[in-house]
Design a protein around this ligand. Structure first.
Ligand code: XMP
Length: 515
C-alpha cells in the first residue's frame, strides 16, 4: 500500500456546505482535504492532487472584493469541478459571461441534459437538483459546452472536456439533489481518474507507517477518558509503536456503571494494557460540598491535569523521558480553528487543558477524519462495537448529572438509575435513533408511598434527545410503555429514588446536560 492516498483538494470559498462536500467525496472512498481559496498554485502542485473541487460561497464574482483563485491554478492541468460560486468564478476568470440573474433561484429545479458528457454519464436525462444562487453563467468560456440547463438557468452545467474543467450551478452535495452523488462519482472516477481505494484499512496502513517514523525509538503518552476519539487515536498509535505508547486511563470516580471495566477489557482484547489510575477519592474529596456547576467542572478539569502530570513525571523517572502526547483531535476541530497552530491550542483543551510546559510534541492521527470515519476506523482496529458507537459522554462525567453536591450515595443512585434507563432503551431498539439518553439525579426530594410506608426520596429525570451534532436537539418521543418500564424499574430497584420525571425541553432553549 502506497504511503500517500490519492488526494482531491476542496478549495473553500466560504461555503455553507464545504464539510458536506468533503463527506460525500470520502464516502466515495476518495481522500480529500479542504483548503482556503488563498492557496497558491505552487502549494497545490506540490500535493499532486488528482482533482480540485471549488465550493460555493456567499459572494458574487461581479464584485471587486470577491474571493478569487491564484490564476495559475486553472492552467495546472488538474481536473477541476466548480460548484455554484466555484462555477461562476471558473466562467468569469476564463473569459465567459456571468450576470446577476433576474430571479434568484432557490430550491428544487429540473435539470435537463443538453448533450452527452462524462460528467453526467449514466444519469437520467432529466432529474431534480437543488439550486441556491443569485448570479448565473450566461455564456461559458471558449472551449466549454453547455451540458445541462434548467428552466431558469440556461447554463446549469458546463464543461471543457479537453482541459477537464467542469462547472455545476446546482449543489450535488445536499440530499435534495438525489443524483448529486452520481455526478460527484463521475467527476472523481471518470474525469479525475481516482480509484476509490480510501478505506479504513488503507488509512491504517499509511498512518501506522507515518507514526512509526515520527516516534522512532521515542516514547508517547496519552490520556484515555473512555470516549471514542481518544480510544481510537490510542489504538492506532499502539498498532504503530506497541509498548512505546503508554496509555493512561484516569478513573475519576465519575464514570457510568461498569464503564471502567468495559474500557479496560476492550483494550486488553486488542493487546493494549492500560495504566489505570484510581483517583476517585481525590476527585470526590475535592468536590465535597461544591454545588456550583462551573466550579465542579473546573475542579474536575484541574484535578485531571494534576493526576496526568504526576503520572507522566513518575513514568519519566522510571523509564526515561516521554517526548510525545497523543490526542484525538478530529477534522471538524481543525477546520473550525482555521490554521494548524490554532488547532493545536484547541486540542490541548480537548484533553482537559494539558499545560504547555509539558513540552510534548503532539501526535494527532485523526486530525484529518470525521467522527463516523473514526468510528469505522475504531471497528477496523478491533475495538468493540459498543465502544465505537457509544453515545457522547461529557468529560466531567456523572458529576454534572448529579445536580448540586456530589457524594457517593448520590453517584451510586444515579449509576443504577442510568443503567436501567440505558438498558430499557436498548431493549426497545431505540439506541441508534436516540442520539443521547441518560438519567439526571435532581436535588429535589419528594414524598411518596411504597407498601404501607411513607418515602422521602430523590427525583430522577430521564433525558433523551434526538440530534445531529449536539448543537441543537429535540426531546425524543419515547413510547409510553418504555417510559413506564423505566420509571417502574428505577423506583423498584433504586432505594433512594421515589419519583421519575421526563424532561421535555428542546435545545435551545435548554441544553442537553442539566449543568
Ligand atoms: P450541552 O449540555 O451543552 O451538551 O447541550 C452538548 C453535548 O456536549 C456534551 N458535553 C460535554 N462533553 N465535556 C465533553 O467532552 C464537557 O464538559 C461537556 N459538557 C457537555 C453533552 O453530553 C452533549 O452531548
Amino acid at each position: 500500500m502506497s504511503d500517500t492516498p490519492q488526494l482531491v483538494i476542496i478549495i473553500d470559498f466560504g461555503a455553507q456546505y464545504g464539510q458536506l462536500i468533503a463527506r460525500r467525496v470520502r464516502d466515495l472512498h476518495v481522500y480529500c482535504e479542504i483548503v482556503p481559496h488563498t492557496v497558491s498554485a505552487a502549494e497545490i502542485s506540490e500535493r499532486k492532487p488528482h482533482g480540485l473541487i471549488l465550493t460555493g460561497g456567499p459572494s458574487s464574482v461581479l464584485t471587486e472584493d470577491a474571493p478569487r483563485l491564484d490564476p495559475e491554478i486553472w492552467g495546472l492541468g488538474i481536473p477541476i469541478l466548480g460548484i455554484c460560486y466555484g462555477m461562476q468564478l471558473m466562467a468569469y476568470e476564463l473569459g465567459g459571461r456571468v450576470e446577476q440573474a433576474q430571479k434568484r433561484e432557490y430550491g428544487q429545479a429540473m435539470l435537463k441534459k443538453t448533450v452527452d458528457s462524462e460528467l453526467l454519464r449514466d444519469m437520467p436525462e432529466e432529474h431534480s437538483v437543488w439550486m441556491s444562487h443569485g448570479d448565473h453563467v450566461l455564456d461559458p468560456p471558449a472551449g466549454f459546452r453547455v451540458l445541462a440547463r434548467t428552466d431558469n438557468t440556461p447554463v446549469a452545467v458546463m464543461g471543457d472536456e479537453k482541459r477537464h474543467l467542469y462547472g455545476v450551478q446546482f449543489h450535488p452535495e445536499v440530499v435534495h439533489s438525489p443524483f448529486g452523488n452520481d455526478m460527484l462519482r463521475n467527476f472523481l472516477y471518470r474525469v479525475a481518474g481516482c480509484r476509490g481505494d480510501w478505506t479504513p484499512a488503507s488509512f491504517i496502513d499509511s498512518t501506522v507507517e507515518q507514526i512509526r517514523r515520527q516516534i522512532g525509538s521515542g516514547r508517547a503518552i496519552c490520556a484515555l477518558s473512555g470516549g471514542v476519539d481518544s480510544a481510537v487515536a490510542a489504538a492506532l498509535v499502539h498498532r504503530a509503536v506497541g509498548s512505546q505508547l503508554i496509555p493512561i486511563f484516569v478513573d475519576h470516580g465519575l464514570l457510568r456503571k461498569n464503564e471502567k471495566e468495559e474500557v479496560i477489557q476492550a483494550f486488553e482484547r486488542i493487546g493494549m494494557p492500560l495504566t489505570t489510575i484510581d483517583a476517585a477519592e481525590r476527585f470526590l474529596s475535592r468536590l465535597k460540598g461544591v454545588k456550583d456547576p462551573e466550579r465542579k467542572r473546573k475542579i474536575i478539569g484541574e484535578e485531571f491535569i494534576r493526576v496526568f502530570e504526576e503520572q507522566a513525571a513518575k513514568i519519566s523517572a522510571e523509564r526515561g523521558p516521554i517526548e510525545f502526547l497523543v490526542q484525538g483531535t478530529l477534522y471538524p476541530d481543525v477546520i473550525e480553528s482555521g490554521t494548524g497552530q490554532a488547532a493545536v491550542i484547541k486540542s490541548h483543551h480537548n484533553v482537559g487543558g494539558l499545560p504547555e510546559d509539558m513540552q510534548l510534541k503532539l501526535i494527532e492521527p485523526l486530525r484529518n477524519l470525521f467522527k463516523d470515519e473514526v468510528r469505522r476506523l475504531g471497528a477496523s482496529l478491533g475495538l468493540p462495537e459498543e465502544m465505537v458507537w457509544r453515545q457522547p459522554f461529557p468529560g466531567p462525567g456523572l458529576a454534572i448529572r448529579v445536580i448540586g453536591e456530589v457524594d457517593d450515595e448520590r453517584l451510586e443512585a444515579l449509576r443504577e438509575a442510568d443503567f436501567i434507563a440505558r438498558e430499557e432503551i436498548a431493549r426497545a431498539g431505540l439506541s441508534r435513533e436516540i442520539w443521547q439518553y441518560f438519567v439526571v439525579l435532581t436535588s429535589t426530594r419528594s414524598v411518596g408511598v411504597m407498601g404501607d410506608g411513607r418515602t422521602y426520596g430523590f427525583t430522577a429525570a430521564l433525558r433523551a434527545v434526538t440530534s445531529q451534532d449536539g448543537m441543537t436537539a429535540d426531546w425524543a418521543e419515547i413510547p409510553y410503555p418504555v417510559l413506564r418500564k423505566i420509571s417502574n424499574r428505577i423506583i423498584n430497584e433504586v432505594p433512594t429514588i421515589n419519583r421519575v420525571v421526563y424532561d421535555i425541553t428542546s435545545k435551545p432553549p435548554g441544553t442537553i446536560e442539566w449543568e
